[in-house]
Design a binder for this molecule. Sequence first.
Ligand SMILES: Cc1ncc(COP(=O)(O)O)c(C=O)c1O
Length: 422
Amino acid sequence: MKTGRHRLLTGPSRKPPIDLRPLPHDGSAVPSKPKKSPAPGPVPRRFETEAIHAGHGYASETGAVTPPIYATSTFAYGNPGGFDYTRSGNPNFRNLDAALAKLEKAAFCTSFASGVSAITAVVSTLRSGDVVHAEENIYGCTYRLFAQVFAKFGVGIEYYDFTQPENFARIAREKPALVWIESPTNPLLKVIDIAAVARVTRSSGVPLLVDNTFASSYLQSPLELGADLSLLSTTKYTNGHSDALGGAVCTNSTDWQGKMIFAQKALGLQPSPFDAWLTLRGAKTEAIRMERHCANALAFARHLERKPGVRFVRHPFLPSHPQHAVASLQMRGGSGMVTADLGFDLDRTQRFLSLLQFFPKAESLGGVESLCCHPATMTHASVPLETRLRVGITDGLVRFSVGIEHIDDLIADLDQAWNRSC
Ligand SMILES: Cc1ncc(COP(=O)(O)O)c(C=O)c1O
């Protein structure tokens, strides 16, 4: 009997449940069915919320809160997701596309294997004879791609200083196929007034691409400022843990989106499902990481600025930054990057960098750990000496990616390396 009673309590019941609701005080009849509540209105989804929830639902057959890694090269035909072959689509990078589109405030996003793949995808849409206008201080590998790869296919590039608005007249006059800027730039952290450039490109019918890698989606929204394409090396702040490579191109244009999806599959530029999964996981903490990066970098930059003999220290939110006013308008924070000309010769610069204990000398940036870089011999070694010196990449120039460690420890490290390198 005991067993029977137990079964009665827990087993599925066919009888309708007894209505235990209290009788209404006015004596009216209890409605036979509870009233339908009105359809829920949209709940606001700010950056922090989108970062956690965009990109995947929980309604799959298992209800897994974290999506699985779809380690598959191909898919059986006729599946509800419409997937066929991972080079042209995989749930992990389609999840990432959806999340990054939200974070960049874009209608669309296409993920790639790296930032350089994303650059390749965009340039692959150009034709022989096309000319790109670019900010003269851009990432060294972007420079190298144009000089050593795309030039062979007849795509030209002209560089000039985009912090000088009088130069924008060239866009209206020469109508390039594309305008290419970074803001802040790598490594000098020049800040370009994106809205001002966009006004000119829009009225000239020229597409504008902003490489948003140094700012991050959390701190800057290029499409809202008028850009047509926002490009990310997701290897950096988006993922934030230095354990995966990736790139992305975000846009509101269906035409550009079609071209990006085509480039992804036709050129084989797709990310691996595992890297896409890691990047989606990393992006969930982008907001809180960026807050700490910004605070640490600003404190670090202020401290470095007080060292004797330092020629300049650049951080977009330092009042001494030449484009500080523009940075404060278009960015929510100055990011974790600090660049300084220490005024040292090559030997002393290298000695100082090698004495740092929490800043390994390494390529890349934007991870939770601090890193340092010597652009002249590392990221920008492929830029000709004359161009390097013209834009300010001297032997004494160092770039710090300030991580999210305790700021007092980072400053103590800076002080001991400074004192010992004297
Ligand atoms: C501004 C910028 N854009 C693009 C890239 C290329 O990204 P990836 O290394 O992921 O190919 C980098 C890499 O450092 C970068 O700094």
